[in-house]
Each structure stands twice: as C-alpha cells, then as structure tokens.
Design a protein around this ligand. Sequence first.
Ligand code: AFP
Length: 357
Amino acid sequence: MPMHMQFGRTTLSKFVIEQTRGQHSELGALIIDVAAAVKTIASMVAKGALAGHHGALDTTNIQGEVQKKLDVLTNEAIIHHCEWGGQLAGMASEEMDDPYPIPAQYPLGRYLLIFDPLDGSSNSDVNVSVGTIFSVFARAEAGAAELSDYLRPGSEQLAAGYAIYGPSTMMVLTLGKGTHGFTLDRETGNFILTHPDITVPEDTREFAINTSNERFWEPPVQRYVAECKAGKTGVRGADFNMRWIASMVAEIHRILLRGGIFMYPKDNKDPSKPGRLRLLYEASPMAMLMEQAGGSASTGRGRILDVSPDELHQRVPVIIGSKNEVERVERYHREYADGSDRPFESPLFSERSLYRE
Ligand code: AFP
C-alpha cells in the first residue's frame, strides 16, 4: 500500500482532536470514547446469535417497548466506555427512564451525552442494519447535570452523530462544521475519514414512510405520498421509488449519501403520541447532521432543531431529507392549515377535521 495510503489517511481521533482543539478539547475526548463504545457494539452485533445476544428480555422501557437483550447490552457498553472520562455531567438514553448520574468515583465534566444505543433493534434478530444515535450538549460549567440541562432545543447541540452497523461499520459525525463519514478499518481498529463534507442532493425521487399507517396520516402527508405514488401520471410528472427499512439510521444514511425524504409524521393512530420518534436522541441529532449536510428537518410545521422539549422522552413528527422535498411537505401543511390546498378526496378528511389548527 503506497505511503500516503498507509499513513496519510485521517483517523476519527485525528479529525476530532483537530476540530475541537482549544475551547472544546474535552468534547474531542468524549467523541473518541463514544467511538470506542461503537467498536464494542459493532462486535456484539456482528456476533449475533453466536453470542446469544438475540431475543427479548421480560422487561419494557419507558416507551412501553419490550427490551431486546442488545438494547440493554449496548446501553451498558456506552455507559461503561463514557462514564469514567471526566467529560460528562450526565447521560440520558432511550433505554433509561431517568438521566444517569456520573458515579461519585469519577470526575464530573460539563457535557451531556444523550443516545439511542441501538436504533432499529427490532431488526437486530433478522440481520438488518441497525445503529447507535448520539447527541452532545454542554452546560455552562462542570457539575452534576439537572433535568433542565437535557431539555434543550436541538439547535443548542455541540455535536451529533450515529454509527451504522451494516456491511461495513461507519460513524457519521457533525461538530457543527459539516457532516463527515468514517469507515471502521477492522484490521487497525481505526475509523478512517472516507466521506468528508457529505452533501445531500436538494431534490430526490425516493421517499421513505411506513405506508401501513396511511389511513392515520394528516391530509398534507396523504397528499404528498399520493402524488409520489401517482408518479409521471400525476402532478409531479415523474416516477418515485419507495423504501422502508424500519431502521432510522439506515434510512438517514442512505438519504445523506444519495438524497431522499424520510417521514414518520404526526398521525392519529395514537393521539397521545404526536409521532413515533423521540426528539432528544433520534430527531434532534439526525436533524443537525442533515442540516449540516445541506438538507432539512421539519415536524411538518416547523424546524425540528427549534423544538424545545418538555420531557426527556418526548416524541415529535419527523420529515427529513432533501431540502426541496421537505419544503414541499411543509408547504402542503401550510396550505392545509389555511384551507388553500386542493380539496382532498379522502372521505376521512373531506370535512374540516380535528387536525385543522
Ligand atoms: P426500534 O428501535 O424499536 O426497532 O424502532 C426503530 C424506529 O424508532 C426507527 O428506527 C424506525 O424508522 C421506526 O422505529 C420504524 O417504525 P415502524 O416499526 O412503525 O415502521
């Protein structure tokens, strides 16, 4: 292998240390600890049934979801790799009802790590790509975090990223200066910068949504998806393709690299839930990554990064991806709210419904 290939490749550690030198050098050390946890998780996921990691436990998380063995094991891996370093004021996770205080034997820092340790875990037993999503905030000074330190809009994130455990293991990261992809070289154990400055195409002909929920969607989303399905015979004048992997990390990764739009919109399947995905450890980090790559991320009615959470596990509608398509869906929501949208034939929504605000 030529010299520049052997020694000139940028590792995640080098990239992060250079990008955080100075004011946020501790943040660099935290990201490197997260990467170490990701390598441990990648090994667990790769072993699959051989390690007895498949299957569910007889416990449920605060979401009321049955926990998979890997949900708990990956949660513990991230805590183990990150709690000792002295960068953290606390941690919060999809798999823990309340925030995790840093044990007394470790020094306290000023960063907060919020994560979904294994997103898409319902796929883990059937060998479909899954991932880890993380978000980092800072409090003003080092010390034990309080709940209010976590309940911040995504616009205040210092860093966000995900790992995707697929045919290759990758980490995709933003520190507020672009979105960058790193591929794990299993021979050296290094994450290598392979996708610098990822840029999302502004247009797309590929949409991702769970269409089994169609009857529960609001009219603007029904209108958008109906037009995509009508293809060249309809107002869009072009055919669309559809994807649904049921693993948000895999959908977002595809969209970052080739464009697309992912939607888990507000629906009336369970009116107590304004969407399925959680703001703090799914929507906000993905929104930061997408915007840093030139894409958009919306609830349908506003920018995801502007949403201020009232509670740790708050859910939010998610419309994210290629800028021009997200803006079209937002326009359809505005036109529905002001009544200027074309009357939608759906019998369910022909009269003014509870959704009209
Ligand atoms: P799990 O982590 O419980 O598998 O949920 C994954 C997820 O939060 C997100 O990654 C998927 O896009 C979405 O749920 C899939 O939801 P449906 O199962 O309703 O399609």
